[in-house]
Design a protein around this ligand. Structure first.
Ligand SMILES: [Zn+2]
Length: 311
């Protein structure tokens, strides 16, 4: 199992007071090393190239990011600066490297401890703090050799960008559990099922505000038969931790240990379908203490195969 990050992710630094700040990852990384020991978080020293980023995004959009001079906003709340470029290339590079190691059989489970999140970023735009769709970048690489990849997005917001990027293919089965009508507005309804060849390969499971463990595990139960017929060769997870109780943006009631149990469930599916291969990446989560605790429960499962149920 490999969890990876890089200090230069912090070069992407929205103005003070912005919820998406470097501490989300640095504090979580420190918490992991305290719990599991030094070296738990590996450093991966790789930048995604412009060409690699263009495998997912509109070359004109990527060119705009590479040529930025002054601080700017990609939307009302998505900050970007010249310094950000280093951070987002590092985040993409970590995802590519981890995915390549899974594809080469060198790792079976990986967690990309990166920021900013990516799942709202679509083909030609950044949105909702997201600049590059990190998970999609890794999935695109995997599609060079694999034909059936399941993506499970449990971030409290809808992964509109990931859905948009893969809604017209049957090679990616995109499954999203999220708080209904939270963000983006009117995105992620159960009637969004994919398009053209991809019809039937998008599954949205919107949940009402206040949902907790029962509703999330019911949703996971609903996913299983679909995965059983799809038989993915790899499972990828957009792991946001903003469905935790008390998050600054979500209104859900999961506890940190529930994320460990959800990870455990997904790992069990990966054992059945795809030799245990699971690629996970951080998405949202804006209460730093909860991100650290929830991530720690996930990593415990990825390392040892089961959640810590001793409490
Ligand atoms: Zn989110």
């Amino acid at each position: 199992m490999l969890c990876a990050s890089h200090a230069l992710l912090a070069n992407h630094r929205p103005p003070p007071g912005h919820p998406e700040h470097p501490h989300r990852v640095t504090w979580a990384g420190e918490a992991l090393e305290q719990r599991f020991g030094k070296g738990t978080v590996s450093v991966i020293d790789r930048r995604a190239t412009e060409a690699e980023l263009c495998s997912v995004h509109d070359p004109a959009y990527i060119a705009q990011l590479f040529s930025v001079q002054d601080d700017m906003y990609l939307d009302r709340e998505t900050f970007f600066s010249q310094a950000s470029l280093e951070g987002i290339r590092r985040a993409g590079g970590i995802c590519l490297e981890l995915m390549e190691r899974i594809l080469a059989g060198k790792e079976d489970k990986t967690f990309a401890l990166i920021r900013p999140p990516g799942h709202h970023a679509g083909y030609s735009y950044g949105l909702g703090y997201c600049v590059i769709n990190n998970l999609a970048l890794a999935v695109k690489t995997a599609l060079q050799t694999l034909r059936r990849i399941a993506v499970i997005d449990w971030d409290v917001h809808h992964g509109n960008g990931t859905q948009e990027l893969f809604e017209e293919t049957d090679k990616v089965f995109f499954i999203d559990i999220h708080q209904e009508n939270l963000f983006p507005p009117k995105s992620g309804g159960a009637d969004e099922r994919g398009r053209n060849v991809g019809k039937g390969f998008t599954l949205n499971l919107p949940l009402p505000p206040g949902s907790g463990r029962t509703q999330y595990f019911d949703a996971l139960d609903a996913i299983y038969p679909a995965l059983q017929s799809y038989r993915p060769e790899l499972i990828c997870v957009s792991a946001g931790f903003d469905a935790v109780s008390g998050d600054l943006e979500g209104n859900m009631e999961l506890r940190p240990r529930d994320f460990g149990e959800m990870t455990s469930r997904i790992c069990a599916w990966a054992d059945i379908f795809c030799g245990g291969k699971v690629f996970m990446t951080l998405e949202g989560g804006y209460r730093v203490e909860s991100v650290s605790e929830s991530l720690s429960e996930c990593i415990a499962v990825l390392r040892h195969g089961k959640p810590n149920l001793s409490e």
